[in-house]
Design a protein around this ligand. Structure first.
Ligand code: ATP
Length: 341
């Protein structure tokens, strides 16, 4: 039987509560689905910076390097020192964010089912900012053909496995003619290799509007780094908020799974957080492990988590954020119980 070493980073704010909740699910995955997970803690974030002087200490990096996949809670102010660094170090070029309406959750429409495939390593988030004197500042936007090709290919490959089979490339090539011009060109070139996938383009400002007006029409949204970051937070509000939004950072040889939201300090320690963002990230991790190592047990566990989640939501055991009264841990325990059955 395969053993998967998983580096687990609880993070800051609501991170430790979400982690405790998610471990309840992973316990059942190990016991009932015969998936062997060797979970090793890798600490990182604000609290670690305070305690040890580094937000991402060397020993944590070593643990992550030696693992098959990483599951991470949100970190606070040091997010850029942790996640941005990890994305670059492990070349996790695709940020995949599925956003779909679950039953019994306040959603804009029940037929929303979209997935962001967002470039994860360049654009204005590369951090190339400069001051020229006191009053002029500059931020460089880096867009490369290699990364456009990788993200466009990943978007079309994702669409191939979905029902709607549609890719929408989002850009602002009418204004940023060179950088988004390249992104747009590469998306169009890639589309030619996928004649069975419907392809269209949208300017980013129009996309923000269409996400509110006709969210059900989107399937796979292919974006550069910053637009994808902003649009996916907006889209999460259509399906019950950030607590419903899991994410994956995927490279060719490694992947890291984490909720799309931050550490939510306003609700930390109160057992109010929606654990689904991290439980569904763990589900994505099992699915990725299943595909990568050709392991049916992992794929079944991933499917089981989704079914148990739906059952729990239908039964009405939900946190206040999505209209219920349960605590973070109670909701996780209910999903764990449903998964056992
Ligand atoms: P950070 O500075 O770490 O990015 P933030 O509070 O500025 O944190 P987010 O953590 O991304 O930003 O979240 C914004 C708000 O969304 C939070 O203040 C919180 O009220 C809500 N939120 C985020 N995640 C969850 C969750 N899992 N469950 C319930 N509410 C959440």
């Amino acid at each position: 039987m395969n053993e998967y070493k998983i580096s687990l980073m609880p993070g800051d704010g609501i991170g430790p509560e979400l982690t405790e909740a998610t471990l309840k699910i992973l316990d059942v995955v190990q016991e009932n689905f015969d998936v062997n997970l060797n979970i090793v803690y890798a600490e990182a974030g604000d609290a670690v910076l305070k305690k040890r002087g580094a937000a991402l200490p060397e020993d944590s990096l070593k643990t992550i390097r030696e693992s098959h996949a990483c599951l991470k809670g949100p970190v606070g102010e040091t997010a850029a020192d942790v996640i941005v660094k990890l994305r670059l170090l492990f070349d996790l070029y695709a940020n995949v964010r599925p956003l779909k309406a679950f039953p019994n959750v306040p959603v804009a429409r029940p037929d929303i089912d979209m997935i962001f495939v967002r470039e994860n390593t360049e654009d204005v988030y590369k951090g190339l900012e400069y001051s020229i004197g006191n009053d002029v500042t500059v931020c460089l936007r880096v867009i490369t053909r290699q990364n456009c090709e990788r993200i466009a290919k990943r978007a079309f490959e994702t669409a191939k496995l979905r029902q709607k089979k549609k890719v929408t490339a989002i850009h602002k090539a009418n204004v940023m003619r060179i950088t988004d011009g390249l992104f747009k060109r590469v998306c169009q070139e890639t589309a030619k290799n996928y004649p069975d996938i419907q392809y269209n383009e949208m300017y980013v400002d129009a996309a923000t509007m269409h996400l509110i007006r006709t969210p059900q029409e989107f399937d796979v949204l292919c974006t550069c780094n910053m637009f994808g970051d902003i649009l996916s937070d907006e889209a999460a509000q259509l399906i019950g908020g950030l607590g419903m939004a899991p994410g994956a950072n995927i490279g060719d040889n490694f992947a890291l799974f984490e909720p799309i939201h931050g550490s939510a300090p306003d609700i930390a320690g109160k057992q109010l957080a929606n654990p689904l963002s991290m439980i569904l990230s763990a589900k994505m991790m099992l699915h990725w492990l299943g595909e990568r190592f050709n392991d049916l047990k992992c794929l079944k566990a991933a499917e089981g988590i989704e079914k148990a989640t739906i059952q729990t939501l239908i039964n009405g055991t939900t946190v206040p954020d999505i209209g219920g009264k349960a605590s973070t841990l109670q909701m996780a325990q209910a999903i764990a119980a449903a998964l056992k059955n």
